[in-house]
Design a protein around this ligand. Structure first.
Ligand code: ADP
Length: 497
């Protein structure tokens, strides 16, 4: 690769258990691929159930001491960790580009986003206040304290391999818990590097454990995490199907869960919207990370009276926003999909829409036959961004998350119809809309069934904000002060006088 690591020791292929760097006990390994060309980058330790149990036990044993650390001690640990990540940002971004295929410049942004969480949690650790409660009958005094839960298990996805780790693990550790984290099999290397920096920051052995596993063995890791009674909380980001299964398994032993699951975000453009701003918002929401985030716009509802104009403005802006090429080129800001599997799924959604009467926007008809048209030199998983008009609610994209750079535009006539279309899905993670009308701002924000709403913005993820969904998009919130609450239990203490 055209990058020289400043600190090659950050590139490791082992798991991290109880402060020791380990391979699988039977020596198993799995391959990590470079999405730019599907070539193998390296082989990583493939751990199973026994090693997961050891990691949970190591975390439990570390908890005995870690739970007694002061907020100030944890704060400085978080500070040192965040600083080391900032110092290593170029190398971390390179690892992200290598295993995720994200353009290098974009990887730097996502590493920064990942560090933001640690910065924010550091500031919040010392403000985990309880309450005093006036006793209804007067003879007692009642107050609350917040305490860590114990061992937290975290399962993270591939699409933001630094931030998905720091957002969960950072909050859990800041709140005084210890963690066993299983990163996605596609992107284990960022999680390993982040754990290495935790160790260097003085993180006590066993407080953060990383269990790497292949797709096949991840199921075994999940079984141990959901069945082991020492685990008190499972925090998962990934598909709704897997989340549903893990949530049900955890229910058997009343483990708390945080489930950040799939979205199917509506994006509404009302007739009074500023179309330039709406197009810019849509481009950031829809096409960022090649459309591979759970909050990406998926179903775009445009008032019929502005549909043609909006599609034209959008196409013009899209043509000047993205630059394609090697993901290592600092001018490139749009990369390949993360895997061949993703490519096929997205292309099937396009085929389905075209077969049911949708049309590629005029400027792009020449790209209709294959995902790579005009870009064959950009690798097997490159998929060009597209705008699709004349989409209808009977098409597959309305029911299934796309997770790729296809913008399906569906016309609507009235506000009520737009809201009904937007809410007509089992998902409820993010929603977006553009209007210049203040009463619409309030009314539509309150009517949309989602955990997060973007009004006149296309980017809504920030470290200080509660992030999470309703309906089939899961339970719990990450980020901001709600995240620390999520990883603590309230204890009420009643004192007689
Ligand atoms: P995606 O399709 O985006 O990979 P998944 O929900 O399959 O989404 O994966 C998200 C994370 O969940 C990954 O770390 C993956 O390895 C893990 N995972 C998938 N199935 C299981 C399972 N049965 N038990 C534990 N982890 C799982």
């Amino acid at each position: 690769i055209p990058y020289t690591f400043k600190d090659p020791s950050l590139l490791d292929t082992r798991s991290f258990i109880g402060g020791k760097w380990v391979d699988a006990s039977n020596g198993d390994k799995f391959a990590v691929l470079d999405p730019s060309d599907n070539e193998q980058i390296c082989h990583v330790a493939d751990l199973g159930r026994d090693e997961t149990r050891q990691a949970i036990e190591a975390a439990r044993s570390a908890f005995t001491k870690y739970r007694k650390t002061t907020a100030r001690d944890r704060r400085w640990l978080m500070r040192r960790w965040a600083d080391l990540i900032k110092e290593a940002k170029d190398d971390l971004a390179a690892i992200c580009t290598l295993e995720l295929g994200k353009p290098y410049t974009e990887s730097l942004v996502t590493v920064k986003y990942g560090t933001d969480f640690l910065d924010w949690f550091e500031g919040a650790i010392e403000r985990q206040y309880g309450e005093t409660i006036p006793a209804a009958k007067g003879e007692n005094r009642i107050f609350t304290i917040r305490q860590p839960q114990g061992v937290v298990a975290a399962i993270t996805p591939w699409n933001s391999p630094v931030a998905m780790v720091t957002r969960k693990v950072g909050a859990a550790i800041a709140a005084g818990n210890t963690v066993v984290c299983k990163p996605a099999p596609e992107t284990p290397l960022c999680a390993i590097a982040v754990a290495k920096l935790f160790e260097r920051a003085g993180g006590p052995p066993g407080v953060l454990n990383i269990v790497t596993s292949s797709t096949e063995k991840s199921k075994l890791v999940g079984e141990e995490m959901t069945q082991n009674p020492l685990v008190k909380h499972l925090s998962f980001t990934g598909s709704t199907a897997v989340g549903r299964y893990l949530h049900a398994e955890c229910a058997k032993s009343f483990k708390k869960t945080s489930m950040e699951l799939g979205g199917n975000a509506p994006f509404i453009v009302f007739e009074d919207a500023n179309l330039e701003k709406a197009a810019e918002g849509l481009i950031s929401s829809k096409f960022r990370s090649s459309g591979q985030t759970c909050v990406c716009a998926n179903r775009i509802f445009v008032h019929r009276s502005v549909m043609d104009r909006f599609a034209t403005v959008l196409a013009t802006k899209l043509a000047s926003t993205f630059r394609y090429g090697s993901v290592w080129d600092k001018n490139v800001n749009f990369g390949p999909l993360y895997s061949a599997r993703a490519f096929d799924k997205i292309h099937a959604q396009l085929d389905d829409a075209l077969a049911h009467g949708a049309k590629l926007h005029a400027d792009q008809t020449d790209q209709s036959q294959t995902g790579q048209v005009g870009h064959n030199d950009l690798g097997p998983n490159f998929y060009a961004p597209r705008i699709i008009t004349h989409a209808t609610k009977d098409m597959r994209f309305m029911r299934e998350e796309t997770f790729g750079p296809l913008a399906f535009l569906v016309p609507f006539e009235t506000d009520d119809e737009a809201i009904a279309l937007a809410n007509g899905t089992s998902a409820g993670l993010a929603s977006y809309f553009f209007t210049e009308n203040i009463s619409r701002v309030w009314h539509v924000s309150e009517e949309l069934e989602s955990g997060m709403v973007g009004v006149r913005v296309g980017l809504i993820s920030a470290c200080e904000q509660p992030f999470g969904g309703i309906k089939d998009s899961g339970v719990g919130r990450e980020g901001g002060k709600d995240a620390l609450d999520e990883y603590t239990e309230i204890k009420s203490i009643t004192v007689g006088i």
